[in-house]
Design a protein around this ligand. Structure first.
Ligand SMILES: Nc1nc2c(ncn2[C@@H]2O[C@H](COP(=O)(O)OP(=O)(O)OP(=O)(O)O)[C@@H](O)[C@H]2O)c(=O)[nH]1
Ligand SMILES: [Mg+2]
Length: 302
């Protein structure tokens, strides 16, 4: 895409054109970091959205919770974008359809924008796409961007680097209690939501998490131990408190501005973006190898 076309798309996105935003997201996913180039709005947007990561085991109720959060924040006149990452399958139709139904309450709301991100078509991995696509939400002026990932593997944890605040959603029946929790989830959480609290076991599970947090210095944040909320995304209990807690982290921006300047996090972003260009270079050079002597020549250049 020519720089002029990118600039036009960015301008339209900035003016609230949702179709332009959709196109910009697709272009960022396809083209990679090159698209950002000299475009000042993509490089240094005037305002950035607060990025909330919502992660947890499959079926924990992340999408249902997100739909509820959208409702709460829209009632406060905040604009909300969602990036639902589904790396498990290259063809995310099933999940997307399910989420369409889950998010259907907000389908007609111009101030809500939901986008699914599958592994298909993304160069250099999902993490790079997520880092780039949040820029489009920034340009579009959203107050909040929710990033949904299934918290099961390294890729998903990597994507959570994009977030300014991470909420881990668990259920009383998650694995075998705290022992069954996937490695890494305990350490990355800023807030816990014990969802499906309409079912038995939520109180004791929440206490179990709190006890484990007290014993684990890696789980400590500058703001103290992560808080644990008992919620029911279907019934609606506990959600206002949870939403207010997370939104407080947005308004009191000290913690997250500091986090954005953190070396580890900048490194994660750089790594994700460099991988895109590295992949491009690998594909280009390997396609030039036609004979054994080409390969020999390549080996001599290392
Ligand atoms: N009883 C009960 N069921 C819930 C609650 N929240 C979600 N569910 C149900 O749990 C199922 C999974 O909900 P989703 O919101 O799709 O969960 P998810 O974590 O987004 O699932 P994946 O994206 O597939 O990992 C659905 O059938 C929901 O209706 C809750 O608070 N209580
Ligand atoms: Mg989901």
């Amino acid at each position: 895409m020519a720089p002029m076309e990118v600039a036009a798309l960015v301008q339209q996105t900035k003016q609230g054109d949702r179709r332009a935003l959709a196109k910009l997201l697709t272009q960022l996913e396809r083209t990679g970091p090159r698209l950002v180039g000299e475009n000042i709005d993509l490089l240094q947007p005037q305002k950035t959205a607060f990025r909330i990561g919502i992660t947890g085991p499959p079926g924990a109720g992340k999408s249902t919770l997100i739909s509820r959060l959208i409702g709460i924040w829209r009632a406060q006149n905040l604009t909300v974008g969602v990036l639902a990452v589904d790396p498990s399958s290259p063809f995310t139709q099933g999940a997307i359809l399910g989420d369409r139904i889950r998010y259907s309450d907000h389908a007609l709301d111009e101030r809500v924008f939901i986008r699914s991100l599958g592994s298909r078509g993304s160069l250099g991995g999902l993490s790079a796409s997520a880092w780039l696509m949040v820029r489009a939400f920034d340009v579009a002026g959203f107050d909040i961007v929710l990033l949904e990932t299934v918290g099961v593997g390294q890729t998903e944890l990597e994507i959570m680097n994009v977030a300014d605040h991470i909420a881990v959603v668990l259920t009383p029946e998650s694995g075998d209690g705290i022992q069954g929790m996937k490695a890494g989830l305990m350490e990355i959480a800023d807030t816990f939501a014990v969802n499906k609290a309409d079912r038995p076991g939520a109180d004791s599970f929440a206490r179990e998490i709190e006890a484990a947090l007290e014993l684990d210095p890696r789980a400590m944040r500058e703001t103290g131990a992560p808080q644990v909320f008992k919620i029911s995304a279907t019934i609606g209990t506990g959600l206002d408190l949870f939403a207010a807690h997370v939104d407080l982290a947005r308004v009191d921006n000290q913690e997250w501005t500091k986090r954005r300047a953190n070396e580890t996090r900048l490194g994660a972003e750089a790594r994700a973006l460099l991988m895109v260009e590295a992949e491009r270079a690998v594909l280009k050079r390997s396609s030039q190898i036609k004979t054994p002597s080409d390969l020999g020549h390549l080996l001599r250049t290392f």
